[in-house]
Design a protein around this ligand. Structure first.
Ligand code: ZN
Length: 294
């Protein structure tokens, strides 16, 4: 090997390594309106959960506090991933259109907790999130989805969409351990105190339920196994949806953190390269990481 060739080769390798190191998943978290007063903190928590993996760079965009924000026009296409922590007024028409185009053409999207309460009347948003709650949702929004006798039920019966009983820790049961998001998780794990959403309904097309939780009547649920981790394919885009994450304490659950980190990576890339953390909860014990604001 000549000296010059060797130098060129080394330069090339350094270039490849540098470009690999910089190929992070560019992410946008949307916030600004939410009936959960903790939202500025939960957005920061989610930003920090993504950044600590070393895989993501994260921007946060905030709408005005009330009503449709006429200036809310993020460049979705600049990002690999959009995370919604937003439950509020409709977005401007051109923003809605740009968002649907973004997901349809392969953009990743993550829906957490009350973000699925948003936009009951926006057809495409509901197709993207699969299931939603409140906001006047009814049988016109789509079926209830739950698991009964190990089978997915699409229940068309009439009624409102969205309910939760009193908060409590609950067991999450993995229903698909082959999917990259849930692969390696224990079959059952105990989630930190949270609202357990039930009666969610929506188009639920191209949806895979990866994990459920039993919403017992004792705590105000329907006595059914409700979707807790699921995915939706929309056009070329991948969507990760979890109705978990009501409180900052709920989002301190290592099960929530790891599901969110893995779901976000999968939504952006179709793969998960992260390991299941060693402090992941078990069927009997919760595992909580106290969040320290930076
Ligand atoms: Zn809530």
């Amino acid at each position: 090997m000549t000296r010059i060739f060797r130098i060129q080769l080394i330069a090339l390798l350094i270039g490849v390594m540098a470009s690999t190191a910089h190929a992070k998943i560019s992410t946008l978290i949307i916030e600004g309106q939410n009936n959960h007063g903790v939202w500025p903190k939960t957005s920061k928590m989610m930003k920090s959960y993504l950044e600590e993996t070393g895989l993501f760079t994260v921007d946060i965009v905030r709408t005005i506090a009330r009503g449709t924000d006429p200036d809310f026009k993020p460049e979705f296409k600049k990002y690999d991933l959009v995370v919604s922590n937003y439950n509020g007024s409709p977005w401007p028409e051109e923003t809605k259109k740009a968002f649907v185009e973004y997901v349809n053409s392969g953009g990743g999207f993550v829906v957490v907790h009350a973000a699925n309460n948003s936009f009951a009347g926006w057809k495409e948003y509901n197709e993207i999130i699969g299931l939603g709650g409140w906001g006047g949702r009814t049988e016109k929004s789509g079926p209830y989805i739950y698991i009964k006798d190990d089978k997915l039920v699409r229940d068309e019966s009439p009624g409102r969409g969205g309910n939760h009983g009193s908060q409590h820790p609950f067991v999450v049961t993995v229903r698909n351990s082959k999917h990259p998001i849930t692969k390696g998780m224990p079959g059952q794990w105990l989630h930190v105190k949270d609202e357990l959403y039930d009666l969610l309904r929506g188009p639920a097309e191209n949806m895979k339920v990866l994990a459920t939780a039993y919403a017992s009547k004792e705590f105000g649920g329907q006595g059914r196994h409700e979707p807790m981790i699921f995915t939706v394919d929309y056009g070329e885009g991948r969507v990760f949806h979890t109705p978990m994450g009501h409180g900052d304490y709920s989002q301190e659950c290592v099960g929530f953190i790891a599901s969110f980190q893995r779901g976000a990576e999968w939504a952006a890339t179709g793969k998960v390269t992260q390991k299941i953390p060693s402090d992941f909860p078990t069927a009997d014990d919760i595992s909580q990481r106290k969040y320290e604001e930076k």
